[in-house]
Write a protein that binds this ligand. Structure first.
Ligand SMILES: Nc1ncnc2c1ncn2[C@@H]1O[C@H](COP(=O)(O)OP(=O)(O)OP(=O)(O)O)[C@@H](O)[C@H]1O
Length: 328
């Protein structure tokens, strides 16, 4: 387990981390998720020893590493822009950490071959980094980080520089890799879909603080506040209630508490149909329907419908401040 206790960090008079505490469970894939500038990388770098906290402590597997240099923390790093040794083959890049630890050559060869297989680069050992695609280079970086059998793997937007399709592939691949090697992994990302799809534990950060920690479903279904709710997915507002747009259903007739609304726009986005509505008081609301639901209602602009809130009541919030606007 990684334990961060009451860590604060300032750069001049700017507070990058404000009394942050978090526990990263052993063997988990934990994401640090938040907007740009929220302090994710600073927290990761403090855990890795690339930056030192002004106050607070970091322990890894019970050892206090707060003042320990990165090389002695048992950590593997991968960054967005991976600095490979250009003049070395893929094999030598991956084996570099073992070589400087004076590991016998045969042992290095075995370990490198095993890792290249795991990351899907078995046939690429003799190539140079310039002969790899961006996605292959990041997989090589992961193999290199894993070579020295770190206690913890720290990934800072490792797929951030790749195009969307490759990024999605590598996400799935990282998830499978993690299931295979089980090393405690901390992943910095600003992409909620990335965090929700691969992490089993997510810490949502904003403004130098951790807002909420939990599993993907817990965060989505029980957001602690409007910031977390808005950062994890779309939000619609009906009066002062915040709901997920898919927790709004539209009825052809009045029913109970359902509110009358006029359809102003219907957008067909494949499986999803997005309906813009206007309530009697002028408030605009977005609802998300499946194409089947929309087809049954035969919705078109100008239609009058009745809007009801469905879904889990605990997944709703009463709007308490303007933090949602910061997300949108
Ligand atoms: N060495 C530094 N000197 C001064 N300010 C810094 C330094 N490192 C980070 N900061 C500031 O601290 C804040 C948090 O930075 P950090 O990189 O942790 O954010 P982040 O959430 O990882 O954002 P991003 O996704 O953009 O990297 C930013 O406003 C940044 O400008």
């Amino acid at each position: 387990m990684i334990t961060v206790s009451n860590v604060s960090k300032r750069f001049g008079d700017f507070t990058a981390l404000d009394d942050v505490s978090i526990e990263v469970p052993d063997g988990s894939l934990t994401a640090l998720l938040g907007p740009s500038g929220s302090g994710k990388s600073t927290l990761l770098r403090i855990i890795g020893g690339l930056e030192f906290a002004d106050s607070g402590t970091v322990t890894i597997h019970g050892d206090d590493v707060t003042g320990v240099v990165p090389q002695k923390r048992g950590i593997g790093f991968v960054f967005q822009h991976y600095a490979a040794f250009k003049h070395m083959t893929v094999h030598d890049n991956v084996g570099f950490g073992l070589k400087i630890r004076k590991t016998p050559k045969e042992r290095i060869d075995d370990r490198v071959n095993e890792l290249l297989k795991i990351v899907g680069l078995a046939g690429f050992a003799k190539r140079y980094p310039s002969q790899l695609s961006g996605g292959q280079r990041q997989r090589m970086a992961l193999a290199r980080a894993l070579a020295v059998e770190p206690r913890v793997l720290l990934l800072d937007e490792p797929f951030g520089a790749l195009d969307a399709k490759v990024r999605a592939e590598l996400r799935e691949w990282l998830r499978r890799l993690h299931e295979e090697v089980h090393v405690t992994t901390l992943l910095v990302t600003h992409d909620q879909e990335e965090a929700l799809s691969i992490a089993d534990n997510i810490a949502v950060m904003d403004n130098a603080r951790i807002e909420q920690v939990g599993g993907p479903r817990e965060l989505y279904d029980r957001p602690a506040n409007s910031f977390v709710m808005g950062f994890l997915g779309p939000v619609a507002q009906v009066d002062d209630t915040l709901v997920r747009p898919h927790d709004i259903s539209l009825l052809a007739q009045p029913d109970g508490d359902a509110r009358e609304a006029q359809v102003t726009r219907v957008s067909h986005l494949g499986f999803e149909v997005r309906v813009e509505l206007q309530l009697g008081d002028g408030q605009t609301v977005f609802a998300q329907l499946t194409r089947t639901e929309a087809a049954q209602l035969e919705l078109g602009a100008g239609d009058i419908v009745w809007l009801a809130l469905t879904g889990d009541r605990d997944a709703r919030l009463v709007r308490e401040d303007d933090r949602l606007d910061a997300v949108a």
